[in-house]
Structure formats: structure tokens, C-alpha cells
Design a protein around this ligand. Structure first.
Ligand code: ADP
Ligand code: ZN
Length: 680
């Protein structure tokens, strides 16, 4: 359709301020001229397609609109360009979503425009043929009709419904081991909310790892429920978005990105496994979906349900202080908690990582016709391929990290940048021709199991076996359908599956991860051990074996006793003593450059500026210090930590300082990470 492009502003011409997804802390002015028959004038909250730069088109958010003066055709000496089009009303950011966008920008020190892509599908308005969602290869075990809530489930449900009926924001926290009936509470509350005409969001940490929960929700609520995730086609994502905006879809389920769906009259937001780090988006725009869910709940007047067997310490702290209503589900409606045996690896012969006790327990389970899960948190065949003569092993040329030995195909791999090369014939240091695979890996465990238990079907679940689309579901489905007896894998095996046939869980190295130089290392290790232990005992008493080099380590002991409260109390005391979250807030500034000197100069300058500018309050600027991984992907890495509370004005100032450093020191990238979940 032709557009009047003359330089005089005609009657009805509007000037439109647009937040555009670029890393600049400003809005851009466009003009809109009446004429297009299909277009009503843009208003605050609308999404628009606008030209940007020479040949880019971007999707931006309208923040303000005013009539154009008759001669007002330039801004700062530039012609004001026309908007290309206004997206249909289904894509408008109304009330709670608009305020959420503003909160995200302020809290995470981002230009408003940079959070806009979270709020729409990649190609809004596309109407390609909708793809069919893959049917999960799962036996559904949800009987549903017969469920009578336990007293604890009933109490939690009533509290959430009370909150819903009060009509303002509140948080209900469910602490309960896997299988204690949390999901049932979420579903009850959602059912009641839908019956009252309210909408709901259900966040899951990783969609590929939770096909059962997904199938259960969809089975319960039918077509008013829809899932969104990155595996859907653009057309399908648009369809769900538009159906939610129209009120046809009233429950949206998915990973963190589902939080932004335009569900109407939002009454409930569920954040399942709320402690999971996958709720943190580590690329731009960085945000934490749990925190953002609380913000959206506040803006929408909705009740937020957080649930976990091992709550994030911040959530737990809020629960014990009464800021959240905390409910503990202690019993499993079905099955009991497994016994945990700790096997001391010191002085023990453990060929290929298997102690005699674990091998014996495995043999017993297999004899009984039951299944087993084995967990080891490293993929590949061996941690390194060591020269038998000089003992050295090769590191990645771009990262200061050792290469991992893989057998199929036989290569050395960097697990950080993906660098790979053929396994060497001769040692690059001494020319030696004999090599020893040192340390374990899931591939080695799989081969070792096949040798020990010939005829037993072993499946492996790790990044290497799940590269192809749908392979997760295939592996999990085969195991759930008892077409294999042993599932071995990385932390992927620890996530929310229900496998009634599993009688044994083996953790090959329970103290793995306890030595990471990160204040959250213990929390992460405790969570993983608890989660993986929860994979058994669903139907009959199960057995868990932790193999450990430090059997007396408090984390190993507390996890073996399923003692979350004991863990939380000890860890909170540590955090208070050291001034780490949740006692104090944390903000990480990472500086990286291909040139070592530039990285150092950049971080020194920036740290100096921050020290001067952020005095007062409870704030403290720590560092600069080299990153835990001092060089990754050819980038030298440094960081500065800020402890204490920063207001949005200070964060904005911080972002400006970061930009100034990038401008002053060539080839330096500065990244601001508010509430980091890891310090590497
Ligand atoms: P979680 O979410 O804590 O892992 P679920 O809600 O999935 O626990 O419950 C575990 C199993 O117990 C599921 O099969 C569920 O259908 C069943 N279940 C939950 N609550 C009850 C109940 N009150 N009575 C009978 N079965 C229940
Ligand atoms: Zn590398």
C-alpha cells in the first residue's frame, strides 16, 4: 500500500516513541500517517515494525504517541522515518505485561527495547501451516479421577485459592520431595482458577526433560491448555500467542519463555522445580524467570506457586520468614523415600568407577527384573587422555581447559567451546606413543556395564546421545516402557521423570562438584544428589548408593538423610557470615577480550570507576579477579562483584559505565549479570 512520504506532516500524523531492541539506552521517534485502511493509530503498548539503520527492520514497543506539529519532520537533524506497520492487537503489551517489561528493564539494567523480544514470537503474525506437536512416547500414569488430596495438599490448595479469591498477589511455596504430590496441587489450583474464569501459566525447567508432566497437564485440561517452546514452528508459536490473547487458550505451559504469553485475567503462575538454574537466561536479555514470575504475579494480582524438593535458598528464606506461605509435603502418596547407602571409595577397588557394593546391588536389581539409574556428571569416555610416559594431557587451544577423551568417534573434545580433534598418535610433549584414559565419563560407564552384564540393555542420556530432535523423548520413553534395564547419564537423569520400575539409583561420585570455586557449589551439589535420589522408591522401597571420596562431607551426609532443612540452616548461616545471597544481593560484571592486556585494562578502569561511584549503603565492590575459567573461547576473562543492593538508577549508571569502558578500550566486552547463578 502506498504511503505518503512527503516531508510535511499531514493532518492526523502522529509521532511515535519506540523502544527498539538495540543496546542503546534511548527511544527512537517514528511517524505514523493515517491512510492504511486496515490500521488504527498506534498506542502505548503496541508492537510495531520499524526500519532501523540502513536496511534493518525491527520490532519495537510503542512507549508514547503524540500529534506531530506541522513542520515537525526531523529529529536531531534526521528525517523522521515512517513506521512500517502496527502489529495486530493480539501482540499489544497490555497492563501487566507492559509493566513487567518495564520492571525487567529496570531490574536487569537493560534498555527497554532489549526485553521486547521476550514478549512476542520470532515472526509475529506469520501464518504458516501449523506443525503437529510431537506426541510424547509415554505411558500416562495419571489416574486423576480417584484422587483425594492429603491434608497437606489440601492446606496448600486452600491457601492458594484463598489468595486467588482475595485477588491480589501472593506466593505459596511447596516444599516436598519428588513424588510428594506437588504437581497435583498445581493442577487443582489451576483447575479452580480456570473454573473462576482466570488464566494460568505453568513453567517447567526443561521441556525436553519433562514430557510426562507436559502430557499430564494437557491430558487434564484439554484444548484450553497449550505449550510453547523453541521447538515449535513460527506459525505454531503465533497461533498459541494469538489464541492466548483471544482467551481461547487459558493455560500456557512451557519453559521460561512461556512466562511472557499474553494469557488473559492471569490468576495463577506455577514455577515447578523453582530452584533450577535453567530458569536463568544466560544470554541477552539476561533475566531469571522465577524472579520475573514474581514480578508478573505482582503486576497481574495473581498467586504464584513455587515448588521444589530443594528450594532455592532465597525462596526458602522467604518462606521461613513468612514472606511466602510455606507448605511442606512430607509423605509420598505413592511409595516411600529410598534408603541411601554411602560407599567409601577410599582404599576401595572400583574398576571403571564401580565399587563391588554397587556392582552387587546392580546385579540384584537386574535379577529381580527391576531397573537402575546411574548418574555421573561427565560425558565422554575419560576426563583426559594422558601420556603414559610424561603424564601430560592436551588442553584446548582456545580455553584453559583440558580436552575430554571420547571413544565414538575417537576424538578429544573441549566441553566449553566444542573444539575437537582426532585423538593423538604420539604425545605432543614427549613423543610417547602410549596413552592412559584418566578419569571417567558416561560413555565409559556404558561400555563397562555392557561388559559386566552382557545381554542387559543399557541406555545413555547425555548431550552426546540427545543431539537429534526427539532423542530425549525416545530414550526416556524406551526406559519408561522397560525396553532397557539401565539408564546411565549426566544430570539429565536427575530431572523429573517417574519411572515406577526403578529400584536402584547409583551415584558414581557424590562429591563431584563440591570443590568448584563458587559460593553455590554446595547448594548445587545437594540439590543434584537429592533430585537423583528421588528417582527411585516411587512404587516400592528403593535403594540409593552414593559412592564418595568424602563420605563424611556434610553435604553428602545431609543428602543421604534427605535433610533439606538441615542443609538450608547450615548453608544460610554460611551465606550470612560471608555476605552472599540471600543475605546480600550480588551483581557480577564480566569483562572479556581476545587481548589479555585489553581485558585487564578494561576491568581495572571499570573497577576504579565503580569503587568511586558506589560508595555508601551496604555496597561493596570486590575484585577485579580473573574469571574461574580465565580463558574461554579465546577470550581472557575477568570479573568484578558488587555485593549489596543497587537501585534502578544505580544500575542504569552501571550500564552506562560498562558502555563507556567498551568505547574507551577497544575489543573489550562488558556484561552485567544481576543476581548471577554461577560465578564462572
Ligand atoms: P510431585 O509433583 O511432588 O513429584 P506428583 O503430584 O507428581 O508429585 O505426585 C506423585 C504421584 O502421586 C502422581 O502419580 C500423582 O498422580 C499421585 N498423587 C498425588 N497426589 C495424590 C493423592 N492425593 N492421592 C493419590 N495419588 C496422588
Ligand atoms: Zn575450548
Amino acid at each position: 500500500m502506498p504511503r505518503p512520504d512527503s516531508l510535511a506532516a499531514g493532518p492526523g500524523t502522529l509521532l511515535v516513541e519506540v523502544a527498539v531492541p538495540v543496546p542503546l539506552d534511548q527511544f527512537f521517534t517514528y511517524r505514523w500517517t493515517p491512510g492504511g485502511a486496515d490500521e488504527s493509530p498506534p498506542a502505548r503498548g503496541d508492537l510495531v515494525v520499524a526500519p532501523f539503520g540502513r536496511r534493518r527492520r525491527v520490532i519495537g514497543l510503542v512507549v508514547a504517541v503524540r500529534p506531530a506539529g506541522e513542520t515537525e519532520v526531523t529529529v536531531g537533524g534526521h528525517d523522521i522515518r515512517p513506521l512500517e506497520r502496527v502489529l495486530p492487537p493480539a501482540y499489544r503489551l497490555a497492563s501487566d505485561r507492559l509493566r513487567l517489561a518495564e520492571w525487567l528493564a529496570a531490574y536487569y539494567a537493560l534498555p527497554l527495547g532489549e526485553v521486547v523480544p521476550l514478549f512476542h514470537p520470532p515472526d509475529p503474525g506469520t501464518r504458516r501451516r501449523a506443525s503437529r506437536a510431537p506426541t510424547p512416547a509415554y505411558p500416562l500414569q495419571d489416574g486423576t479421577a480417584e484422587i483425594v488430596l492429603s491434608a497437606a495438599q489440601q492446606a496448600a490448595t486452600s491457601a492458594a485459592l484463598q489468595q486467588l479469591d482475595d485477588g491480589h498477589f501472593g506466593v505459596v511455596m511447596l516444599h516436598g520431595i519428588t513424588g510428594s504430590g506437588k504437581t497435583e496441587v498445581y493442577l487443582q489450583v489451576i483447575g479452580e482458577a480456570l473454573a473462576r474464569g482466570r488464566g494460568a501459566l505453568f513453567l517447567l525447567p526443561e521441556i525436553a526433560l519433562t514430557p510426562q508432566t507436559l502430557a499430564r497437564i494437557v491430558a487434564r485440561f484439554g484444548p484450553v491448555a497449550a505449550t510453547v517452546h523453541s521447538g515449535l514452528s513460527s506459525g505454531e508459536r503465533c497461533r498459541v500467542h494469538e489464541a492466548a490473547a483471544a482467551g481461547e487458550v487459558r493455560l500456557v505451559v512451557g519453559p521460561r519463555s512461556a512466562l511472557f504469553a499474553p494469557v488473559r485475567d492471569l490468576g495463577v503462575i506455577v514455577v515447578d522445580e523453582e530452584h533450577e538454574t535453567s530458569y536463568k537466561q544466560e544470554e541477552k536479555p539476561r533475566y531469571h524467570a522465577r524472579h520475573a514470575a514474581l514480578a508478573r504475579g505482582r503486576e497481574a494480582g495473581a498467586v504464584v506457586l513455587l515448588g521444589s524438593a530443594t528450594p532455592d535458598l532465597e525462596s526458602w528464606d522467604n518462606g521461613r520468614r513468612g514472606a511466602y506461605r510455606l507448605f511442606t509435603l512430607t509423605d509420598r502418596p505413592v511409595g516411600v523415600l529410598p534408603d541411601v547407602e554411602v560407599v567409601d571409595l577410599r582404599g576401595e577397588q572400583a574398576p571403571d568407577g564401580f565399587s563391588p557394593r554397587l556392582t552387587e546391588a546392580l546385579a540384584a536389581e537386574l535379577n529381580e527384573g527391576r531397573q537402575a539409574i546411574l548418574y555421573y556428571n561427565r560425558r565422554g569416555f575419560a576426563r583426559s587422555l594422558q601420556c603414559a610416559a610424561c603424564g601430560r594431557a592436551d588442553a584446548c587451544p582456545s580455553c584453559d581447559i583440558g580436552l575430554v577423551y571420547h571413544l565414538r568417534p575417537r576424538r578429544l573434545l573441549c566441553h566449553y567451546c566444542g573444539f575437537s580433534r582426532a585423538a593423538p598418535v604420539a604425545c605432543s610433549h614427549c613423543g610417547g606413543r602410549d596413552f592412559l584414559p584418566a578419569g571417567g565419563g558416561t560413555e565409559r560407564l556404558e561400555l563397562s556395564l555392557q561388559a559386566t552384564f552382557p545381554g542387559v540393555k543399557v541406555l545413555r542420556l547425555d548431550q552426546d546421545t540427545t543431539r537429534r530432535r526427539g532423542s530425549h523423548a525416545r530414550i526416556l520413553g524406551a526406559f519408561a516402557g522397560a525396553r532397557a534395564q539401565i539408564l546411565v547419564g549426566t544430570q539429565m537423569v536427575a530431572k523429573g521423570h517417574h519411572f515406577p520400575g526403578v529400584g536402584l539409583v547409583g551415584v558414581l561420585a557424590a562429591d563431584d562438584g563440591l570443590t568448584l570455586p563458587d559460593y553455590r557449589a554446595d547448594e548445587r551439589a545437594f540439590q543434584l544428589l537429592t533430585q537423583v535420589a528421588g528417582r527411585t522408591g516411587r512404587v516400592r522401597p528403593g535403594l540409593v548408593i552414593f559412592q564418595s571420596w568424602q563420605p563424611d562431607h556434610p553435604i553428602v551426609r545431609l543428602a543421604a538423610h534427605h535433610d533439606y532443612a538441615g542443609f538450608a540452616e547450615a548453608e544460610l548461616a554460611n551465606r550470612r557470615a560471608l555476605g552472599y545471597p540471600p543475605a546480600r544481593r550480588l551483581l557480577r560484571i564480566a569483562v572479556a577480550s581476545r587481548r589479555a592486556a585489553a581485558a585487564q585494562q578494561g576491568v581495572d578502569e571499570l573497577a576504579g570507576v565503580l569503587r568511586e561511584g558506589l560508595t555508601g549503603g551496604d555496597r561493596e565492590v570486590l575484585g577485579p579477579a580473573p574469571g574461574v575459567f580465565a580463558r574461554l573461547q579465546d577470550r581472557h576473562r575477568w570479573q568484578v562483584l558488587i555485593k549489596g543492593t543497587l537501585g534502578s538508577a544505580q544500575k542504569r549508571w552501571l550500564a552506562a559505565c560498562a558502555k563507556a569502558t567498551e568505547a574507551r578500550v577497544g575489543g573489550v566486552e562488558v556484561l552485567i549479570d544481576v543476581d548471577p547463578v554461577g560465578l564462572y
